[in-house]
Design a protein around this ligand. Structure first.
Ligand code: F6P
Length: 483
């Protein structure tokens, strides 16, 4: 790769995440490259394209031969992306198995007494983290800053620390860190904590996540803790909260663009100006509370018949991890529920739930954010949730209502949303009624306050804060060791 020979710059930043912001799909003659879904890719993606960082990760496909590997590598190389190629077994065991069937449910408080802790999943989790290490050590220079992301790579900071002892390593977790009573269920909990402690600075979305991590580290590793600073193997490690933001400017610009205005006109033509629109956008995931949201909407139609024919739920579910059995099952349940609600309530010229199971380009999402009277972001548990912030950023007229789950990291910042407990279906129905009847002045009061937060704490701000804190930790370590 050209990066290994790049000597023009003394040091660079290397981002590492399981998935690259670009996804490779096999098509009949060759490959197609599309954008990846999820908060990590959209959030960090804007930063990567504006900066000269390098991004290492999996291109989202099992590549069968060296020629394909070379083609994909050279396409990605032009975009400062470096692939880590994974085999089909790696994907089954490390990605679908350990990451998405063991860590994901536990970290989202979805622990099942029947959880299947497969030893082979763990073996692959270790070997794939090692594969990532091999690529990083090929690309990294001694003065580079290495920034590892998310739960698929919890062992990588530790592996990096052994391979490159003096390096600067940051780690950011995009999903919640659970209470110790859940985390301790994982058979390999101590190894995971030791892996994370290879970093100099560990970032989480909320203070609760930090607290839970510190708790687990204190119980499972030989650390000395003082406030949010740990000493591990003679090295100072800091854990702090850095709530991630969005590229606010981009959503403002989109909202004012002609192409988005055109899309808004299309949406209005279908839903009419009079009919009220509730928007829901998620990746397919049981942590997102999609079924509970449908239940709340159905309860509204049942208990408040005046809204039949007057309110529509525009629901986008973006396909994700549909090879994991739990996700496939969820998809079927959603399909059935939507079918039932529509069959029961629809009229000749009104459909209660406009349901889409596919990704949409950002211009169409922007138009939906602009058209929706209410945006419902009601996950059962979510690290941050950037959809809530995108809705707020898009509301250039300073109206609209955000209904937000208390269990999303964003609820710690967007305190002027209507906050709900997504397990309380009746309270979600009540929140919809409150939203539908909220006076414009009150909508504006809340929206202005939320927009201040979103406009100030952008993704660029988040990154700068994390990076400067990481540099500070490094300095503190040096001054401690030379004392
Ligand atoms: O933002 C959280 C996250 O889990 C990322 O780590 C991940 O890339 C994204 O959601 C989407 O999931 P996946 O990469 O499994 O499609």
């Amino acid at each position: 790769s050209s990066y290994t020979t790049n000597t023009e710059k003394m040091s660079k930043t290397i981002i590492i995440s399981n998935r690259l912001p670009v996804k490779v799909n096999q098509i009949e003659h060759g490959f197609q490259f599309t954008s990846s879904e999820g908060g990590l890719a959209t959030g960090l993606g804007s930063m990567h394209s504006a900066d000269d960082t390098i991004w290492i990760g999996w291109p989202g496909i099992a590549v069968k031969n060296k020629e394909d590997e070379a083609n994909i590598t050279s396409f990605l190389d032009k975009r400062r992306l470096v692939p880590v190629f994974l085999s089909e077994e790696d994907i089954n065991e490390y990605y679908e198995g350990f990451s998405n069937d063991i860590i994901w449910p536990i970290f989202h408080y979805y622990a099942s007494v029947h959880a299947n802790y497969k030893q082979s999943n763990w073996e692959y989790y270790k070997s794939v983290n090692q594969k990532f290490l091999d690529v990083v050590t090929r690309v990294a220079g001694p003065d580079d800053t290495i920034w590892v992301h998310d739960y698929q790579l919890l062992l990588l900071p530790g592996l990096l620390r052994s391979a490159l002892p003096g390096s600067t390593i940051g780690f950011f977790q995009h999903i919640p860190f659970p209470s110790f009573e859940l985390f301790r269920l994982i058979p390999w909990r101590s190894e995971l904590i030791a892996g994370m402690l290879g970093a100099d600075l560990l970032g989480f979305h909320t203070f609760n996540d930090v607290r839970h991590f510190l708790d687990a580290a204190t119980q499972l590793a030989p650390v000395n803790t003082s406030a949010n600073s740990l000493t591990y193997e003679g090295r100072m490690v800091l854990a702090e909260s850095f709530p991630m933001g969005i590229d606010n400017r981009r959503y403002l610009d989109l909202a004012k663009s002609d192409v988005v205005k055109q899309h808004v006109a299309e949406v209005k033509a279908v839903h009419t100006n009079k009919r009220r629109l509730i928007l829901s956008i998620d990746r397919l995931d049981y942590s997102k509370g999609i079924l509970q949201r449908l239940q709340a909407f159905e309860l509204l139609l049942e208990s408040n018949p005046e809204y039949v024919g007057e309110v529509a739920l525009h629901m986008i579910v973006v396909p994700s991890r549909d090879t994991v059995p739990q996700y496939r099952d969820l998809k079927e349940l959603i399909d059935r529920r939507v079918g039932e609600i529509n069959a029961k309530y629809r009229t000749i010229n009104w459909t209660p739930v406009y349901y889409f199971y596919r990704p949409f380009p950002i211009e169409e999402l922007s138009a939906l954010y602009l058209s929706a009277d209410i945006c419902m972001v009601t996950p059962m548990r979510d690290g941050m949730n950037l959809v809530s912030k995108e809705y707020v950023a898009s509301r250039v007229n300073q109206d609209g209502v955000l209904i937000l789950s208390e269990m999303a990291g964003a609820a710690k910042e967007l305190v002027d949303a209507i906050l709900v407990n997504p397990s309380n279906i009746a309270s979600m129905r009540d929140a919809i009624v409150t939203g539908l009847t909220m006076p414009k002045a009150e909508q504006k009061r809340r929206m202005v306050l939320m927009q201040r937060v979103v406009a100030k704490f952008t993704v660029a701000h988040w990154m700068k804060l994390f990076m400067s804190r990481l540099a500070e930790v490094k300095q503190m370590q040096t001054s401690l060791s030379t004392r």
